[in-house]
Design a protein around this ligand. Structure first.
Ligand SMILES: [Zn+2]
Ligand SMILES: [Zn+2]
Length: 247
């Protein structure tokens, strides 16, 4: 299922870690990319079983297109004790789909499904989207925020090189009660602002990229750990897009 997000890169699978001490949710997974298989396949069953073997007993399968969001709902229906779904058009998809209105209609219908617990991933990505397409991307983000509020579901945000505009759109439209930044990539000041506003941040391998100096990485980690101590902590693997480390 190759697309504009380099999702066809053949990145080797990480070895299984030690089992986690408590049952844990992987809040951001793309199992169709890891398996390249049908929602009801043995391959998907194996991924769910492997996750369970290390105490990850729930997986949120996250959407990025109308067609793939149908896969998300189907897998959450099939594995209805271990998988939940999120549905959306990814910010890199929304500006380039052939019929945006038709795709948004599909997402709106899927969002009503009881196994769908979040709207995402949506947001802004100025790394991959040229300036002339950003208005379309912003409009899609706003539409998804409204859908999350209307359906009373969590909002899952993808934010790449667009921190200021993501924050201002959330203020302008009004963030849903549960707003999650997946693979948070902002700085300490942004993290603090998000926490003040009650957003949930997921920290992943992007924090360890080499272009952050060791000192700034350490300061960031310590500062975020302190800031989030009384707040939500959560993470998602984004299998297999979030890097496991910065190399
Ligand atoms: Zn993302
Ligand atoms: Zn993702």
């Amino acid at each position: 299922m190759a697309d504009r997000h380099n999702r066809d890169i053949d990145r080797p699978r990480a070895p299984l870690p030690e089992p986690l001490p408590v049952p844990t949710v992987d809040a951001h997974a793309h199992m169709e990319i890891v398996t390249d298989a049908a929602f009801d396949s043995k391959e998907v069953e194996a991924v769910i079983a492997e996750a369970k073997s290390v105490n990850v007993d729930r997986i949120v399968q996250v959407g990025y297109s109308a067609e793939q969001s149908k896969w998300c709902v189907a897998v959450a229906e099939k594995w209805n004790t271990s998988v939940l779904a999120a549905v959306a058009l990814h910010p890199n998809e929304a500006p380039v789909v052939a019929d945006l209105d038709a795709d948004l209609k599909v997402i709106e219908e899927l969002a009503q499904h009881p196994r769908v617990r979040a709207i995402g991933e949506t947001g802004l990505d100025y790394f991959r989207t040229p300036p002339e397409l950003r208005k379309r991307q912003q409009d899609s983000f706003k539409w998804h925020i409204e859908l999350a509020k209307k359906t009373n579901k969590a909002l899952v945000i993808h934010d790449r090189d667009s921190h200021d505009d993501v924050l201002s759109v959330l203020l302008e439209v009004g963030a849903p009660e549960k707003t999650v930044f997946h693979c948070f990539s902002g700085d300490v000041a942004m993290a603090k602002l998000c926490i003040e506003r009650g957003y949930i941040l997921s920290f992943a391998g992007t924090l360890t990229f080499k272009n952050r100096s060791i000192a700034s990485r350490n300061r960031f980690a310590i500062s975020c750990a302190g800031s989030t101590s009384r707040s939500w902590k959560h993470s998602g693997t984004d299998c297999k897009h979030c890097p496991r480390h910065g190399g």
